[in-house]
Design a binder for this molecule. Structure first.
Ligand code: CU
Length: 472
């Protein structure tokens, strides 16, 4: 432990700039014929003293991603300034499918130098944007997409965006080769004949990749972002898990947080000091800074491991001490009990279920192939429904890893966890624990093909995607 040094104070000053970059900053009016530009480009991060070239989504003013005020449309021109093709998905939003951002569904990737315009009415809440190309998402091609509500605008509170990532110097293709090596990790599926074994007898496989760093707003705890907060003030943390393959437990330390929304959708508030967040998911947490002031780290603990990342909330004059990047005990894993304890503030309207679908998650380590219903993407069988139908998909996970499952084009409600009916949260990404079963419900939307996939990037790259074919 060291006291706040001059170097850290300088770090604090540059942290203020990063805060501005993540929180939007002032916007200027643009003419209708000159859309605001979002560039997919490269940038350089400092990872434990080593420069790392990563990808990013930057505005003309240098800010990452997009913050929209109440009633504002999502209207911008995406320009691919990379030397490779890319496509960006607006995670949590439901634009017409032509703007959804999945390769060839229906539009192709943007070529290097190509631009494409987007214009749709956004859903409010904490969302994000990312390349729908696993290798690019892993190279940090992601950013916040925040849509503020009238309530946000009226509320006397400070908003802090926390974008969590994992970082590896090793390219995805090489990681996939390593993952398929015999000595890598426990089997993805229980051996034949062991399906009836109790869960505790099986080796749960929480993390199949060890990353080189875990980042909060691009920084490690060696040089964290420091956010100035007011004594007695209220803070809204908008936490986004943009990691490729890491579940985090958000830990608010001495202050109890109140979870008020998941995936941008309001829930019946739940208080606590730790909430798990899977890849693709978001959590909105309200905090009250004690009137006496002080230093309040917000940590993200790597599930089932000791690595940690985070940022520091501090009142003026407080002495900030450095926090270790490795904690003292393994963080508790994401459990279905957390999901079962959440309730939507605005549930789906009551309606008879028109169609019940099943999705069986599957995987093998050698070769490293993950799939849905035993069929990797490309050989998949579409799940079929009709526009307007109330659909339930029961997702069964007999594998030894959890899978955060994301459905495009819809917001769904979690209605069953391990056999128990609940009026759970409305989401777009649900964590299906190892050996667990989760049922989601929604009304089928635009009559087109929407993808349904795991948000663990190596799993997605290895085939864990299917489609929901909505008929007219
Ligand atoms: Cu998965």
């Amino acid at each position: 432990m060291i006291a706040c040094s001059r170097r850290q104070m300088i770090a604090g000053a540059s942290a203020a700039a990063v805060t501005a970059a993540f929180s939007g900053g002032p916007r200027r009016a643009v003419a209708a014929d000159a859309p605001s530009v979002l560039r997919a480009t490269t940038r350089i991060l400092d990872i434990k003293g080593q420069p790392a070239t990563v990808l990013g989504l930057l505005r003309e003013n240098g800010n990452q991603g997009v913050v929209l005020e109440p009633g504002e449309r999502f209207a911008l021109r995406l320009r691919n300034d990379l030397t490779e093709p890319t496509i960006i998905h607006w995670h949590g939003q439901i634009p017409p499918v032509v703007q959804d951002g999945v390769a060839n569904l229906p539009l192709p990737l943007l070529r290097a130098g190509e631009a494409r315009d987007f214009n749709y009415a956004p859903y409010p809440g904490t969302h994000w944007m990312h390349a729908h190309v696993p290798d690019q998402e892993m190279r940090q091609l992601s950013a916040p997409l925040i849509v503020r509500t009238e309530e946000d605008a009226r509320a006397d509170r400070q908003e802090v965006v926390i974008l969590l990532r994992d970082f590896s110097f090793t390219p995805l293709a090489e990681l996939l080769v390593r993952l398929a090596e015999p000595e890598s990790v426990p089997a993805a599926s229980p051996p034949a004949g062991m399906a009836g074994m109790p869960m505790t007898a099986m080796p749960m496989d929480l993390n199949d990749i060890d990353f080189d760093a875990y980042l909060t707003n691009d920084r490690t705890l060696d040089d964290p972002e420091i956010v100035r907060v007011a004594p007695g003030g209220q803070v809204l943390l908008r936490v986004i898990n943009a990691a490729a393959a890491t579940v985090f437990r958000i830990h608010t330390g001495a202050i109890e947080g109140t979870l008020v929304a998941v995936d941008g959708q309001p829930i019946v508030p739940v208080s606590g000091q730790g909430f798990a967040l899977a890849m693709g998911q978001r959590a909105d947490l309200l905090l009250r800074i004690p009137a006496a002031g002080g230093v309040f780290p917000v940590l993200a603990l790597r599930e089932g491991a000791q690595e940690q990342t985070g940022l520091i909330l501090a009142t003026a004059g407080a002495v900030i001490r450095r926090l270790p990047t490795i904690g003292t005990e393994d963080a508790a894993p994401y459990q279905s009990a957390q999901e079962a304890a959440l309730s939507a503030l605005r549930p789906l309207p009551a309606k008879r279920v028109d169609r019940r679908l099943e999705a069986m998650l599957a995987g093998t380590m050698q070769p490293y192939v993950w799939s849905i219903d035993g069929r990797p993407w490309g050989r998949h069988l579409p799940m079929v429904t009709k526009q307007g139908e109330r659909v339930e998909i029961a997702i069964s996970n007999p594998t030894m890893m959890a899978h955060p499952m994301h459905l495009h084009g819809h917001h769904f409600q979690v209605v069953e966890v391990d056999g128990r009916r609940i009026a759970g949260p409305v989401r777009d990404t649900v964590q299906v624990p190892a050996m667990g079963r989760i049922t989601i419900a929604f009304d089928a939307g635009e009559p087109v093909r929407w993808v349904f996939h795991c948000h663990h990037m190596p799993h997605l790259a290895a085939g864990m995607m299917t489609e929901l074919a909505v008929g007219a």
